[in-house]
Each structure stands twice: as C-alpha cells, then as structure tokens.
Design a protein around this ligand. Structure first.
Ligand code: SAM
Length: 247
C-alpha cells in the first residue's frame, strides 16, 4: 500500500482535501509558470507596516518561505490537508511560523490579525478573459462561504486587510512540469459549482489524479458577499495580482 493510500484509509477524507495532489504540488508550482517573488513584492506594498498575518490554505508554504526571506512577518498558516502541511513544516522549519492543521471554518475567533492572505487558498479570484472577475470558494455552498467571510472579518483588526490572489481564467490544458511528467487540468461547471480535475502522468500511466469542487460567484455576487458581512472593497492592487478588501 502506498503512503497516500495509507493516509487516506487511516482518516476520513474531507471534501477538497489535497491528498493525491500533494505529491506533485511543488513540482507544478516550481515548473517555471509561477513567479512567487513578484507576488511577495506586491504583497509587501499592499501590507505596508502590517506584519501579523493569517494565511488561509497555506499549502506547502512556498509563498510563505519567500515572504519570510524578505521580511520578519509573524505568520500563522492554516490548512486542512496534512499531506500539504508535512511539506510546509519541512520547508519552514528554520522560520518562526505557526502551522495549524485545521479547517479555517473552525478557526477560533479569539485573536486578531492585521491581514489575512488567501493565495490560491481557501478563497480564489479569477480574472476572466471577458474582463470580469469571479470568486471560487472551497466552501460547501454560498451560505457556507458567507459564514467563512464573517469569520475572516471577525479575525481581522479594524482596518485589517483581506488579500486574495488573482488567477487567470480556469481552463482545460496540459503542460510539461518536468522532463517526464505532464500536468493536465479539466474544468467542468454545473450550477453554482466548478469541478477541477488535476492529473499528473508520464508517457505510460496516470501517476496521480484528484478533483476539487468549488462554489463559484460572478463579480457582482462576489463583491456583494464581502460587503454583506461588512468589508469595503479596495479593488485590485497596482500589480493586478491581488484583490483587496478591508475591515
Ligand atoms: C491551491 S492550494 C494553495 C496553497 C498555497 N496558498 C500556495 O500558494 O501554494 C489550496 C490549499 O487550500 C487548502 N484549503 C482549502 N480549503 C480549506 C479550508 N476550508 N481550510 C483549510 N485549508 C483549506 C487546501 O488544503 C490546499 O492546501
């Protein structure tokens, strides 16, 4: 039995937990298609003097590592995928970061942060080819998303920022991520949901495959969901990499 099989049979699988994906996640993110350094520079400009940060869906800690190389941020990272956190703990062992295996929807509201970041994490925003923005949330439904936003609002200090990275439109494609491994993604929409299949394969076989299901909001619904719980929309940052909301 592989490590992945053992992990998934030992515990009950949570919806959208990154299990099969975790093994190849860093390879995909470090294949040259993402510029984490540029993200860090934009974040530094948005954050200004804010250093106490909650990262929701910290994953394997790739962005966090780069952030901590340039500034002494006080970061708490939350993720409910143990397979991703194992890598984050290893990567960030030399830094003073608090890493919690927790569903952010269960985070206790007994402290506050100057900023909350979701970089492709629990909440994602895409900039569609049409020019519109869309929001994708790792929540069960639209009401669940609203209660997550309420929690994030309560976890921010007054004037605190919720910073969400902007991705391109989700599309079907395949690309090489190493000499012999290809990554493919397939997108399907149904009602309020997008299902995204991630597949890693070599010439002979599929090495790993899993899907996630996210609830989708169009631009107007997206803005309304933030303002409904009290956030102000500050809009897109100068670099067009982040959408920013303020408590
Ligand atoms: C695409 S990864 C992004 C990781 C990281 N932020 C990065 O930039 O590479 C999304 C992460 O969000 C986590 N996640 C999604 N919903 C979550 C939730 N409700 N609570 C905690 N973590 C969650 C997943 O486990 C996964 O590790």
């Amino acid at each position: 039995m592989s490590n992945i099989d053992q992990a998934s049979s030992a515990t009950i699988r949570k919806q959208n937990e990154y299990i099969e994906l975790a093994q190849f996640y860093d390879l995909l993110m470090q294949a040259g298609y993402y510029d984490h350094q540029a993200f860090v520079n934009s974040l530094a400009l948005i954050l200004g003097s804010r250093t106490k940060i909650l990262d929701v869906g910290i994953g394997t800690g790739l962005l966090t590592e780069q952030m901590l190389q340039v500034q002494n941020y006080e970061i708490t990272g939350v993720d409910f995928s143990e397979e991703m956190l194992v890598k984050a703990r290893r990567r960030l062992s030399d830094y003073n970061v608090k890493l919690l295996n927790l569903d952010i929807r269960d985070y206790p509201e007994n402290e506050s942060f100057q900023s909350i970041i979701s970089s492709g994490g629990t909440i994602c925003i895409s900039h569609q080819d049409s020019g519109q923005y869309r929001l994708y949330s790792y929540c069960d439904d639209k009401l669940d998303h609203l209660s997550l936003l309420r929690k994030l609002y309560n976890l921010l200090e007054d004037d605190g920022l919720l910073i969400i990275s902007i991705q391109g439109e989700h599309k079907n494609y395949s690309k090489a991520i190493s000499e012999d491994i290809t990554y493919s993604q397939e997108i399907n929409y149904s009602g309020d949901y997008m299902t995204k299949w991630y597949t890693f394969s070599n010439e002979e076989k599929i090495l790993s495959r899993q899907s996630v299901k996210l609830v989708v909001f169009d631009e107007i619904e997206m803005i309304n969901s933030f303002t409904e719980v009290g956030f102000k929309s500050l809009g897109v940052d100068q670099s067009n990499k982040f959408y920013v909301f303020q408590r």
